[in-house]
Unconditional design. Structure first.
Length: 366
């Protein structure tokens, strides 16, 4: 969860198309980006990361360059779309900005400051993740990261906003409210309002709370979380998307857990969020995922459970009570090993979901 714009994944890919800036209108932003050969004829959009509103757009012509001239009132974080494809997140400000094929942007003092900050963080994160380094050195790196993040948030500017989702990711609702009281600059951002709502939802569905049901689809094709959770077996629910790199990397760990414990009382369920149904189906086949999938869930479950970034895994006990959430990697394995050791010792496993049932290899459709 260390991507600079961790919650940008929540931006919807359907964008209202309106007219481009008139040529005779005064502009203060001249934005250019590299395009691909097959982009010619497509429409490129700059979208405000916070409000999700379109800043401006242009049709990509034969020179394979994206060129958008527009007028902005103040610096903002923006995402570039070509059609429905994401092409980068960066700060836009008055001036001449160029985005290269590697995702680096030039001509912007604010982006230069942000990139310098990222360069300071990168080796520190590498130290924290390196198990061969002493725990003392890793703790020093963590403290330095916290110190740098404290200083950038305290600046109360657009760069601080770009870091806010990572900085506050593990805060509960009360801690987050306290932060906003201390730094009121961030309160008026739409994304901060959404984060506040998500923190409250996460608290309401936290450890020790009974699962909250949701339904995806209608009629005979409708699927509920309660079709799988609270059925007398531990259930690991993976909220993920096909385009999410960390989600794909975590699958190896989940597959190992599934192989070790499925016949001993643990089920795994995938819930595809923020994704196209066809892309999810393709990824399920590519990754050879053997557990059931609830497809095309959009933002329904993430709003209910206050999920701000994926992958997000929640472990429910046999009665449907949350045992752990937002864990991955070694921590996930450790938690599952612990609860399953207790489950196997005290109670025989009930029947697992059959591999040839309608909820196995075939994803559950909306």
């Amino acid at each position: 969860m260390r991507t600079i714009f961790a919650i940008a994944a929540t931006i919807a890919c359907s964008i209202a198309v309106t007219g481009c800036t008139q040529k005779n209108e005064q502009t203060n932003l001249d934005f250019t980006a590299a395009a691909k050969a097959d982009d010619i004829g497509k429409t490129a959009y700059l979208v405000n990361y916070d409000t999700k509103e379109k800043v401006d757009s242009s049709i990509i012509e034969a020179d394979t360059l994206i060129h958008i001239k527009t007028n902005i009132k103040e610096p903002a974080i923006a995402r570039l779309f070509v059609g429905d494809q994401r092409r980068g997140v960066f700060i836009i400000e008055p001036g001449t900005l160029t985005l290269d094929e590697q995702g680096n942007i030039s001509g912007s003092e604010l982006n230069n400051q942000l990139q310098d900050f990222e360069k300071q963080l990168s080796p520190l994160y590498e130290t924290v993740d390196n198990d061969s380094i002493s725990q003392n050195m890793r703790n020093l790196a963590k403290n330095r990261i916290n110190s740098l993040m404290d200083s950038i948030i305290a600046a109360q500017n657009i760069i601080g906003f770009s870091q806010l989702s990572d900085y506050c990711y593990y805060m509960d609702a009360e801690q987050f409210d306290s932060l906003l009281t201390k730094y009121p600059y961030y309160k008026n951002f739409e994304n901060v309002k959404r984060m506040s709502e998500a923190k409250k939802a996460a608290s309401d569905t936290g450890i020790g709370k009974k699962f909250v049901d949701f339904t995806i689809g209608e009629g005979d094709t409708a699927t509920k979380l309660s079709d799988f959770v609270g059925k007398g077996r531990y259930t690991l629910v993976d909220f993920w998307a096909s385009w999410c790199g960390p989600c794909r990397r975590e699958m190896k760990n989940i597959k190992t857990i599934y192989a070790d414990y499925n016949k001993k009382g643990l089920d795994v369920i995938g819930v595809a969020v923020w994704d196209k149904k066809s892309d999810t189906e393709k990824a399920v086949a590519q990754l050879e995922l053997p557990w059931p999938q609830i497809l095309d869930a959009k933002e329904i479950p993430t709003n209910i459970y206050g999920i701000m970034g994926i992958p997000h895994l929640i472990l429910f006990d046999p009665q449907g009570v949350v045992v752990a959430r937002n864990i991955a990697g070694k921590e996930l394995r450790s938690v599952v090993d612990s609860v399953m050791a207790s489950n196997i010792h005290h109670k025989p496993a009930t029947t697992a979901i059959a591999p040839d049932s309608t909820t196995s290899n075939t994803p559950v459709s909306k």
